[in-house]
Design a binder for this molecule. Structure first.
Ligand SMILES: [Ca+2]
Ligand SMILES: [Ca+2]
Ligand SMILES: [Ca+2]
Ligand SMILES: [Ca+2]
Length: 460
């Protein structure tokens, strides 16, 4: 009998979500103790950011197995005052982007296979250290920060040049296409498929947050009512539908959440939003410490949310800033203050994992087969692990990816009234011929490669 009971228990446990946890990522030996987590991969297995070693400020890539690993600098060494930071990481954790500012100042793209690729320096080959040559009318400036990367690692956004002549850019390695946004602009975020980019541009009013897509071009997002005109977008959701950042209102600077349907919404006085999960369900940033915002819960202290979920937060005096949240809303990174008076209560990078019900739909993480879309529907007609409600390219809505969907997508291209949220199978925000290709790949290699706003990442 005990064996039977044990079997039932382990079966039940397998269906339960793992409890939320809060992990300190430590710092390198030597130097001051000061690290921060700036970006997290969708499955929370890789965190990137910066720490401090005996040689100075260094960029890191963290995994559970290897801990903090220092990323190479563009100069090979580190010298006092040098600035190295890793900002974002691709879906499989293999591509990291950031800045490594020597006296020249270069953007960096680190890949596990290809090593370090320096973006934007201007020395001619062969002394260019692997610099990306300028291939368009808008030359890649020398001083660059690479701030965001698409899920497959192929499209990089950031900004180059120095104030006040900085310029935001989007660089597509596949096509070589380099787009420089308006003069005096910066780009900070990119959607999973790379079709949407956010940042800010300088207008006659002042700084204005923008959303750029291949279909619509540059769209100003306005600003919060009251106060001076000022807004900056700092992140876009993986599906491209929600933008967050900071704007000036009549009450001061406030974090905002923007969506096409609701426009720009203030989240609280003296806050700044740095990250947003798919479809704008959860927003993280900094206010009076790291905050966590949801439609239902409003603005909350991240530390309180974790404590409510039973996480032991006693080793931390405070969680100070949250910089990124995973598309499914279950992982958050940033830095906090350790309760360690003997060592001066140092700041340290943290990773929150397995936050309960990341997409806030009442379905536990373990049983949620549409983790990027809030729905209580969990039927999965074709048993591929992806729920019917987020079965991208299932344009006819029967839960299966079949030839009938190729026909249905064709009809939707001709008659836009027929377009469903599942038509956009390549996740570029449009229902067109490219989605027939995505549907065909899904049909013949059924590994859930298609993407759409309800499931913006392939293969999951
Ligand atoms: Ca869900
Ligand atoms: Ca399915
Ligand atoms: Ca179908
Ligand atoms: Ca599409």
């Amino acid at each position: 009998m005990p064996l039977v009971v044990g079997a039932i228990l382990s079966g039940a446990l397998a269906l339960e979500s793992r409890a939320a946890s809060l992990i300190g990522l430590g710092d390198f030996d030597g130097g001051s103790y000061n690290s921060r987590g700036l970006g997290v991969s969708p499955d929370a297995s890789v965190v990137v950011g910066r720490g401090n070693s005996g040689s100075g400020n260094v960029a890191f890539r963290w995994t559970q197995a290897r801990g903090l690993v220092q990323l190479p600098t563009t100069t090979g060494g580190i010298f006092p005052g040098q600035f190295n930071e890793a900002y974002a990481v691709s879906q499989n954790g293999g591509t990291v982007v950031g800045a490594s500012r020597s006296f020249l100042g270069e953007g960096v793209l680190w890949t596990q296979a290809g090593g370090t690729l320096v973006i934007g320096c201007t020395l001619p080959p062969p002394n260019d250290g692997g610099c990306i040559p300028s291939t368009s009318t808008s030359p890649i400036p020398r001083t660059i920060s690479a701030t965001g990367v698409s899920a497959d690692g192929s499209v990089v956004v950031g900004f180059g040049g120095s104030v006040p002549a900085e310029q935001g850019f989007r660089w597509d390695q596949r096509s070589g296409s380099f787009i420089g946004f308006a003069a005096q602009s910066e780009a900070f975020g990119i959607s999973a498929s790379g079709f949407a980019v956010v940042g800010w541009v300088t207008t006659t009013h002042g700084r204005e947050a923008f959303l750029w897509t291949q279909a619509t071009g540059l769209q100003g997002l306005g600003d919060l009512p009251g106060g001076n005109f000022s807004s900056q977008a700092l992140d876009v959701s993986a599906d491209g539908s929600a933008v967050v950042g900071v704007s000036r209102s009549g009450r001061g600077d406030e974090a905002f959440l923007w969506t096409q349907t609701s426009g720009m919404m203030p989240l609280g006085v003296d806050t700044e939003a740095h990250g947003v999960s798919a479809q704008g369900v959860a927003v993280v940033g900094v206010g009076d410490g790291a905050f966590y915002w949801t439609q239902t819960g409003g603005l909350e202290k991240l530390r309180d949310v974790l404590a409510m979920q039973g996480v032991d937060v006693s080793a931390w005096l405070s969680l100070d800033v949250a910089y990124d949240i995973s598309p499914d809303g279950t992982a958050i990174v940033g830095y906090g203050t350790r309760d360690d008076p003997a060592n001066g209560n140092p700041p340290e990078a943290f990773l929150v994992r397995d936050l309960a019900d990341g997409d806030q739909d009442g379905v536990s993480n373990a049983t949620d087969n549409c983790p990027y879309f809030a729905t209580t529907v969990v039927t999965d007609a074709d048993s591929d692990g992806r729920g019917d409600a987020c079965e991208c390219t299932d344009q006819n809505g029967d839960g299966f990816n079949t030839v009938a969907d190729l026909v249905a997508i064709n009809l939707a291209i001709i008659d836009p009234l027929r377009v469903t949220p599942l038509c956009d199978g390549n996740g570029d925000g449009r229902c067109d011929a490219a989605d027939i290709m995505a549907a065909t790949i899904e049909l013949y290699t059924p590994t859930s490669t298609s993407t759409c706003p309800r499931n913006p990442l392939p293969g999951v």
